[in-house]
Design a protein around this ligand. Structure first.
Ligand SMILES: [Zn+2]
Length: 362
């Protein structure tokens, strides 16, 4: 079973874990080893359930639930969220802690996941006319407090899952850009998919980062110049030298730490990383399309979910090529810009310039 067809989309890339294995003390090495093992077993589980045609864990995906909700009222879309407490255990989904319409629980992780999923639903519904993850009102299922001191978050094909972090290296995973990143992997999966390997995998990662940052910016009402363009700001622990997991404005500059190593993301094709680890560098080379999106937003001004977001979303809906390369994707975004704003338009010409600036002919 090819794991790249049934990936577990983790927020923490394997290169971080590998550096921790080399540099950490005994307890950090044990933690990193454990995370790598858990990742393997979750992937096997998902591959096995995909093979048998069984929807992995949780279930409920795609079920339309009719409930009167505030979200999406203008669009006729209905947001339905369930947040489960994993109680530091491995089994999913755990115990239901908050469902749609319930008041805040006082558990910061439960409430952040609930509010975060609402912000993502609103972005897709109100700006892109999409009704939840699958476009058909799919329930948004999330589990927090997954395993003890678990340093990761992931989309498993059916739901979002967040650890609490160990409080040292990572301190939370329910930060809004991370929540929106994980949910956006679900959107990619339900939009024809981008195989989680090599360039198409890096595009899958980049789409999740772009819409993660966009959700954050929209929730804060920021224009493209006010935004920090960080993914996972505030999730690093107190003693880690870094500001976030990734920076779209300055790929490669998000962190530089004795334990975590240095952010390995390139911002230009000249520095493209050829590697067999991390499914061919999906979390590394995503820096290139991330930076192209950032540059385009700088040209366009305004809000990222306006013209740039419309183009990226339309490109994902139209590309119909799970093996797309960066060049294929750039061409698809240009087609989308032409559809939306016309051939030879300022929007199209600046987009071509943004791709050229990261070393991609478009
Ligand atoms: Zn991801």
């Amino acid at each position: 079973m090819c794991q790249c067809h049934n990936p577990i989309n983790c927020i923490i890339p394997p290169h971080m874990l590998e550096v921790m294995l080399l540099r950490g003390d005994k307890s950090v090495r044990k933690m990193a080893e454990g995370l790598i093992k858990i990742g393997d077993s979750v992937r096997e589980e998902r591959a096995a359930s995909a093979g048998s045609g069984v929807v992995p864990s949780a279930g409920g995906g795609g079920t339309f639930v009719s409930m009167a909700m505030a979200q999406g009222a203008a669009t006729g879309h209905t947001c339905y969220r369930e947040v489960y407490d994993g109680e530091e255990k491995a089994s999913l989904p755990g115990t239901l802690a908050r469902k749609e319409g319930d008041p805040a629980t006082g558990d910061a992780e439960v409430d952040a996941a609930y509010d975060g999923a609402g912000a993502v639903f609103d972005l897709y519904s109100e700006e892109f006319g999409r009704n939840s993850i699958d476009g058909f009102g799919m329930k948004m299922l999330q589990t927090v407090h997954h395993r003890r001191n678990y340093n990761n978050a992931f989309w498993n094909g059916a739901q979002m899952v967040y650890g609490d972090g160990d409080g040292q290296i990572f301190q939370t995973f329910t930060e809004l850009s991370v929540v929106a990143h994980e949910i956006s992997h679900g959107v990619v999966q339900h939009s024809g998919g981008l195989i989680y390997q090599g360039q198409s995998g890096a595009l899958n990662e980049s789409y999740a980062d772009v819409f993660g940052a966009m959700t954050q910016q929209r929730a804060q009402g920021q224009d493209v110049y006010e935004a920090d363009w960080l993914v996972g700001k505030g999730i690093l622990g107190p003693n880690i030298n870094g500001i976030a997991l990734r920076s779209m404005k300055a790929p490669g500059m998000a962190y530089s730490d004795a334990l975590l190593g240095k952010d390995p993301q390139p911002y230009h094709m000249d520095f493209y990383v050829n590697t067999t680890s991390d499914n061919g560098g999906v979390h590394i080379n995503s820096g290139i399309p991330n930076h192209a999106f950032y540059l385009y937003c700088m040209y366009m001004g305004g809000k990222s979910w306006e013209k740039p977001g419309q183009i990226w979303y339309k490109a994902l809906q139209q590309i119909n090529n799970p093996h797309a390369t960066f060049g294929d994707w750039a061409a698809q975004t240009l087609d989308a810009a032409i559809d939306l704003y016309g051939a030879g338009s300022y929007e199209m010409l600046m987009l071509r310039r943004a791709w050229n600036l990261v070393g991609i002919d478009a």
